[in-house]
Design a protein around this ligand. Structure first.
Ligand SMILES: [Zn+2]
Length: 273
């Protein structure tokens, strides 16, 4: 959001090069500096570039700060293709909130709202511009890419999308990845999440591991989305979501990521950083 003397940015990028390119692009629109940077959640592709927003106040949910500090800077786990990160410095939010916070761009309000969950992560927020009816959804939505729930919850995401996001009267929705869209993507995403939960229930009942279930699952129309191997990580999380009372709900995240590589025929996961 470009104001008279300041810009509010929703999220940073993942690498130095990409974040600098983004800031260069902002500079073609206005000479005003970015004074406020809102993080929709803690994932590095939305926060690693925070430190390049010199002089900006970084705003995020309280668990966005704690999870980013716990995760730290990217490590080469051999899971993803190599990335030229640049000179990253961890810069977590310095203004945090637990429920919602209102940021101002000149006289226009911008509401940053924690949606509950876990959904995509434990700290997902939407950014709502009531005057222009534009909604930034972070990674609650991917347009053209496969949703990724490994660090959140499928059942939680379904709840958040149906009881929160679907009810916001947005004219334009900006997803965490992909082109701006409208509410149709909410329904499309819900269809995928329910599809994965159904596959998980069938696989679990048949005694299959998440990877075995993924290999037996026909993605149909969803196969054309980017990163279809996320099905494996999503199934790991879906198994945990479906676990009965007293059953472990933790997911072995590194193990799930290795299963995604295995599903990929041993190829490292693509990274568009
Ligand atoms: Zn994310």
């Amino acid at each position: 959001m470009v104001g008279r003397s300041a810009v509010v940015s929703v999220d940073a990028c993942s690498t130095e090069r990409r974040t600098r390119a983004y800031l260069d692009r902002v500079a073609t629109v206005t000479s005003a500096p970015v004074r406020q940077l809102v993080n929709t959640h803690h994932h590095g592709d939305h926060t690693f570039g925070n430190s390049f927003f010199t002089g900006a106040t970084i705003i995020g949910h309280e668990r966005c700060r704690s999870e980013l500090l716990a995760a730290g800077l990217p490590a080469d786990l051999g899971i993803w293709e190599p990335v030229d990160w640049g000179a990253l410095e961890l810069a977590p939010p310095t203004v945090t909130f637990s429920d919602r916070i209102r940021v101002w761009s000149d006289d226009s309000p911008i509401d940053v709202v924690y949606v509950g969950g876990p959904a995509h992560t434990t700290n997902d927020c939407v950014v709502w511009l009531p005057e222009s009816e534009v909604l930034f959804c972070g990674d609650l939505l991917f347009n053209g890419g496969t949703p990724f729930l490994l660090m959140g919850s499928l059942t939680g995401a379904i709840s958040v999308l149906t009881t929160k996001v679907a009810l916001i009267p947005a004219r334009v929705i900006v997803p965490g990845h992909g082109l701006p869209c409208d509410h149709e993507l909410v329904e499309t995403t819900l269809g995928y999440l329910r599809f994965v939960l159904d596959a998980a229930a069938r696989g679990r009942d048949a005694g299959l591991t998440p990877l075995e279930t993924a290999l037996e699952t026909d993605l149909g129309d969803y196969a054309g989305w980017l990163d279809p191997e996320r099905l494996v990580g999503n199934l790991h999380r879906a198994y945990a979501d479906l676990a009965g009372e007293g059953q472990p709900r933790d997911v072995d995240v590194p193990g799930a990521l290795r299963d995604m590589v295995a599903f990929n025929g041993g190829r490292a996961l693509s990274c568009y950083a």
